[in-house]
Design a protein around this ligand. Sequence first.
Ligand SMILES: [Zn+2]
Length: 198
Amino acid sequence: MVAVEKGPQRTCVTCRQTKDKKQLVRYVVAPGGAVLVDYLQRLPGRGAYTCIDKQCLLDAVKRNSFQRCFKCQVLPVDPLELAQQLTQAIEKKITSLIGMARKSRQFIAGSNGVIEALKSGSSLALVIIATDISASIAKKIEGLALRGPVEMACLFDKQTMGKLLGKEERSVIAIQTGLLADSLLNELHRYRQLVREN
Ligand SMILES: [Zn+2]
């Protein structure tokens, strides 16, 4: 029998579910006593964990779970500020994954290129359109992506998207299937869960 390899397990301080710690958010206390999101799980010191779920985060604050868990003086926590830290951390991770995709050349930038790739049935995992893309191009791409089906997301404005790629404004990018795309989809899923619950 092959043992399924399991990563280290941690428990959400709110709902008490035990999960692989990569499936949870880690929090630490800064030297001044502020609770911080440690999204990459690399900061030193004792950590507390919640699910990547806004309700678990908010309830942890409401029930003073952080104070109890850290066993030290913790500054009052603003739950919305903490949720925002988490959202920003995920955005940053998405940004860095797009940067990696660009370097590995697993991506296509620009509406013409992406439309071509969608039409030719190229193995795309994800299409990201800018928040300020023209409505007609968005509609065209949506139609093609739906046929794929290829997952779509609407994130960042054209200028930010261009900056991520070291280029002028970009309204569409697509990422080819692969490990990078899988990580990106995972982060996007987390991001959507958080933002939807706002
Ligand atoms: Zn939970």
